[in-house]
Every structure is written in structure tokens, then in C-alpha cells.
Design a protein around this ligand. Structure first.
Ligand SMILES: [Zn+2]
Length: 114
């Protein structure tokens, strides 16, 4: 396990040097934090934040202010337009100004179920 962690950290560290480009055909992106005991509060609070990369710019992980001893392990997950419900969600995010919190997204999804 210790070995794996070491490898993981080095790998993600190398990736972090560059701001990644926005892939094509994206409906929206969301922040994913591993959210375990090692995660810092700031990373946890960003978990589930969703935005439209073409509309707003969001500081991408790894967070420089991350306090985790493991280093920031957050990632951005891109959701393609062809995924089920992706266009509805991206429309909701767009109407909300291009970025929503996980709470807003939850409310939206709960509202859809009624
Ligand atoms: Zn993080």
C-alpha cells in the first residue's frame, strides 16, 4: 500500500504542471475529491461542484492550498454530451451562471424526480 501511494503521488504530481485543455464534446465538468480521512476540508467542500468549462474558469486541481498530507488528489471529471441527462444538467448549470455547488445540483436532481 505504501508503495502504491508513493507511485500515485509522483504520477499525479507530474500531471499537475500544466492546465489541461478542455476536451471536445463536453457537457459539463465536476470536481471529484477522493474524500477520505486524508482529504482536507477545502477539497471536501469542492466535491461535486459542477461547471461548464467553456463559460467559467475554475482553478483546477491539484489545489495549492490543499492541506492533505497526501497532497491534493482531486481530479476534474468531464461529462460528455452523449451521456444520459448530461444536456439537462448542463442547461441547469448554464442558467445558474455556469457553475453550481453540489447542493444546488442535488436540489435540481431531487426536483426532477417529483
Ligand atoms: Zn484536493
Amino acid at each position: 500500500m505504501a508503495l502504491f501511494k508513493k507511485f500515485f503521488r509522483r504520477k499525479s504530481g507530474r500531471k499537475s504542471n500544466r492546465t489541461s485543455e478542455i476536451p471536445e464534446g463536453i457537457a459539463y465538468a465536476y470536481w471529484s475529491c477522493l474524500c477520505d480521512d486524508e482529504s482536507c476540508e477545502e477539497c471536501k467542500s469542492l466535491e461535486g461542484t459542477a461547471w461548464i468549462p467553456y463559460l467559467v474558469s475554475v482553478t483546477e486541481p491539484p489545489l495549492s492550498s490543499c492541506k492533505s498530507l497526501e497532497g491534493c488528489r482531486c481530479i476534474v471529471v468531464y461529462i460528455g454530451k452523449e451521456e444520459r441527462g448530461a444536456n439537462d444538467i448542463s442547461e441547469f448549470i448554464r442558467k445558474s451562471g455556469g457553475k453550481v455547488t453540489s447542493e444546488q445540483l442535488e436540489q435540481y436532481e431531487e426536483g426532477k424526480m417529483d
